[in-house]
Design a protein around this ligand. Structure first.
Ligand code: HEM
Length: 508
């Protein structure tokens, strides 16, 4: 196979190859530009990190899906080692250790198990409303709390905990919010910061140490080492906390009899009678990553939805017509409304497509040499699927920059099976496909229907008179997260408070 040529790609310089021509910010856009010249499988000559970019769904399906026995590994970064977070199974090598972790995760988040978290997800969506009405936090923070807490609710409490909770004043009444504890709030920010440190190192060429690993032995005072050492120090601190704090605090509250049933409690149950420290470590690792893996990704998808709504009032109105017709003014949306809320389902799909959460996914790695379309894929190559390009392909999604849920519907208003479902791309591929996808999709469905049923979303207009879209600016790393959500929400009617209260009373 060695005689086969590498896939085509932009010409590089001697020794450094494409290192300097690969942009450090939003490289997916440049990858896509290059693919117009070199094709949908392109080779980047990055020192010590031969990289293949897959720019089409066809190429990704052929390699990452159909040949997943070869392409399910992950590239190992020196920076990951320096940040001490190799326990994180998202970045683990493909093999028995990864399999054991993934199996434990899957037991609790497979399609069937994910359904048991729906009551908690429903409650999370209503707590969001309370905070929105109260105005106690900004919209951006509320989304972060809401979407991040939703994954956490079942992780921490399937039944209300006994220990202290927040009380929030909403208009003249007080409600107990048992889904949000100060501890949750802290972990939301912790996981955001930790994932950010891991995200930035995945941009090719972001850290020189990947090409000169011996740099790690140099003392701190040597000029040029500050950048990666500072990053590694911060990453180590954050990832160590992620590894220990959620697990230890829940374990302690279970010991003290202060925690209700929870996924964590269930996972811990599997090691309760075991003296095997290895088993406990696996549970600790999985819990550490579950807490974080769910947060920023789902928050980003919810941010995209809110921003898209502020920019497309016509979509809001259409969705609200559907909600008024199916649900009416006297109750809030339920999961059982799913089948009838077709337009909302299309909005969920469009939210996953329009501003893809992870534009280059999480890169895979080729375990062994392979041949594709007459080209050689080198053993150990980093494989970057360009999700952004696939979800912005105008042949499949005409006018891809527009937020148009109608693209997923037939003329008579059903979901169109002939249009590619964006969740087959935005959640990744093959054996590494996101195992939290059922959970995340359910969280998005119930949040989107609850928000649109009760609130109107408005844009904040910039100085140039144009609504501000934070996703138009350049971001660092591989996650399309925005620090702020420049929109406002107002209740659609005075009814909203009563609806929440009625629901609260009926579920007490
Ligand atoms: C809208 C929300 C989400 C999006 C768009 C998303 C997207 C992704 C993507 C693109 C990957 C990489 C797949 C690949 O390697 O090809 C991934 C992996 C992963 N996701 Fe998600 N995700 C979301 C929500 C969640 C949630 C809610 C959880 C946990 C409850 C979760 C847990 C994980 C884990 C553990 C992995 C690593 C899997 C492995 O390497 O074996 N994700 N996700």
């Amino acid at each position: 196979m060695l005689s086969l040529p590498l896939p085509p790609g932009p010409k590089g310089y001697p020794i450094v190859g494409n290192l300097f021509s690969t942009p450090k910010k939003m490289p997916w856009k440049t990858f896509h530009e290059w693919s117009k010249t070199y094709g949908d499988v392109l080779y980047l000559d990055i020192p010590k990190q031969p990289t293949i970019v897959l720019d089409s769904a066809e190429a990704v399906i052929e390699l990452l899906e159909k040949r997943s026995d070869i392409y399910s590994d992950r590239t190992q970064y020196v920076m990951d080692e320096l940040m001490f977070h190799r326990w994180n199974f998202v970045i683990m090598r493909y093999g028995p250790e990864w399999r054991t972790h993934r199996r434990l995760f899957h037991q609790h988040f497979n399609q069937r198990e994910s359904m048991q978290y729906r009551p908690a997800q429903l409650r999370g969506s209503r707590d969001f409303l309370r905070r929105a009405l109260d105005g106690s936090v900004s919209l951006g923070e509320n989304l972060r709390l809401y979407v991040s807490v939703v994954p956490r609710v079942p992780l921490l409490y399937l039944t209300p905990p006994i220990f202290p909770v927040y009380t929030l004043r909403l208009f003249s009444r007080s409600y107990m919010i048992w889904t949000l504890t100060p501890m949750d709030n802290e972990y939301i920010h912790l996981s955001h910061d930790a994932f950010e440190t891991a995200s930035t190192i995945r941009i090719p060429g972001a850290f020189w140490i990947e090409f000169f690993p011996l740099l790690k032995y140099l003392p701190d005072w040597v000029p040029g080492t500050g950048h990666f050492k500072r990053h590694a120090k911060r990453g180590t601190e954050l990832w160590t906390r992620m590894h220990h704090e959620p697990f230890d605090s829940i374990k302690q509250s279970i010991r003290d009899g202060k925690s209700g049933d929870s996924v964590i409690a269930r996972m811990l149950e599997t090691v309760r009678d075991s003296s095997d420290e290895q088993q406990e470590m696996i549970v600790r690792n999985v819990i550490g990553i579950t807490y974080g893996g769910a947060a920023d990704t789902t928050t980003t998808a919810a941010q995209s939805f809110v921003i898209a709504m502020s920019l497309h009032p016509e979509v809001q109105r259409k969705a609200q017509e559907e909600l008024d017709r199916v649900i009416g003014p006297n109750r809030l949306p339920e999961f059982s409304d799913f089948e009838e809320l077709i337009y909302i389902q299309a909005i969920v799909l469009e939210s996953l497509r329009w501003n893809v959460v992870l534009p280059v996914g999480v890169p895979h790695r080729a375990i062994r040499e392979d041949e594709f379309r007459g080209f050689r894929i080198p053993k150990g190559a980093t494989i970057i699927p360009n999700l952004w390009a696939m979800l912005r392909n105008p042949d499949e999604f005409p006018e891809p920059h527009l937020f148009k849920p109608e693209r997923f519907l037939t003329e008579d208003g059903h979901l169109n099976p002939n249009v590619r479902n964006p969740s087959t791309i935005s959640f990744g591929f093959g054996r590494r496909v996101c195992p939290g996808r059922w959970f995340a999709s359910a969280a998005l469905f119930i949040s989107i229907s609850t928000i649109l049923h009760t609130m109107d979303i408005h844009p904040i207009i910039g100085e140039d008179g144009v609504p501000y879209n934070p996703f138009d600016v350049e971001i660092d790393g591989i996650l399309m997260n925005s620090e702020n959500v420049p929109c406002t929400m107002t209740p659609r009617s005075k009814n909203v408070e009563r609806l929440i209260h009625d629901w609260e009373a009926s579920s007490a």
